[in-house]
Design a protein around this ligand. Structure first.
Ligand SMILES: [Zn+2]
Length: 272
């Protein structure tokens, strides 16, 4: 009886989304998964690279599944997995696949292992659902910006968009500046307090506020000029990079894929 009880105590059930996977040993994989109640975990899927594996089809990249995990000494082990949503369409569309990779990378980078953030799990799941459901490629950048701003807010790095990040004065309706190191918008009087201050047109600031405070069904209705799209993307990438204190891998690749998908010229950015 004791043995049965011990075994049961070592097992736990959770939903999980696969963020990342790595081959391990002869036939195993190590998965980084995001769960609603156990946070981010690194878990082992044994034997899944064998063609006979029954688990393999349920733990593909980005899939959401219900897993039965056994506590292990260093990493927990997947004993059963049942797919809830494979998000299969993401694997047939390079642009959407790249967005999904970017979202997964951000969630992975912003969360520590075992750091429970049910709201981030829900955000990621809904973003993957939107990626599959959204018919228009042109709307995907808005989904990207929405995901970035929501995630930043949920993990405690919401950029300040309503008062000056330096002097705390409410911002006037005019062009402003943005500084990643200040953590948000700087008023014209404070722009010189941070070396990385970049100009922020009022229209772009208004869009940022809209995306930060509204739900996605409203955000996806926005019709923005290419210039504003680029402003938003550049500003948020700079801020995310600053917060993470390291260069993200996916955005440049995403930019290449997006330009190709929209038939725009592909420019190779020099790294500065
Ligand atoms: Zn100020």
């Amino acid at each position: 009886m004791d043995i049965v009880r011990t075994t049961r105590e070592r097992l736990y059930r959770t939903d999980a989304i696969v963020l990342k996977r790595q081959d391990f040993g002869e036939a195993d994989r190590v998965l980084t998964v995001l769960t609603p109640t156990h946070g981010k975990l690194r878990v082992v899927a044994k034997g899944v690279r064998r063609t006979s594996s029954r688990k393999a089809g349920h733990i593909e990249l980005f899939s959401q599944s219900e897993m039965l995990l056994a506590k292990g000494r260093s990493m927990d082990v997947i004993t059963q997995a049942q797919a809830i949503n494979l998000f299969r369409a993401l694997h047939d569309d390079l642009l959407r696949f790249t967005y999904a990779s970017y979202f997964a990378e951000l969630a992975d980078k912003f969360l520590e292992e075992n750091d429970t953030h049910q709201d981030v799990y829900v955000l990621l799941r809904e973003a993957l659902e939107e990626l599959v459901g959204e018919a228009s490629d042109a709307r995907l950048p808005l989904l990207g910006r929405f995901f970035e701003l929501r995630l930043l807010g949920l993990v405690g790095y919401q950029p300040e968009l309503f008062v000056c990040a330096h002097c705390k004065t409410p911002l006037e309706a005019r062009d402003q500046f943005f500084s990643a190191s200040a953590g948000g918008v700087l008023c014209p009087a404070c722009r010189l307090t941070e070396r990385d201050a970049m100009s922020l047109p009022l229209t772009t600031l208004k869009v940022l506020r809209f995306v930060q405070t509204r739900d996605y069904p409203e955000v996806r209705q926005l019709a923005l000029s290419q210039e504003i799209h680029q402003d938003l993307e550049r500003l948020l990438l700079r801020y995310l990079t600053h917060v993470l204190e390291r260069q993200l891998k996916s955005p440049e690749f995403l930019e290449l894929v997006r330009r190709q998908a929209l038939g725009e010229p592909v420019r190779v950015r020099s790294s500065s």
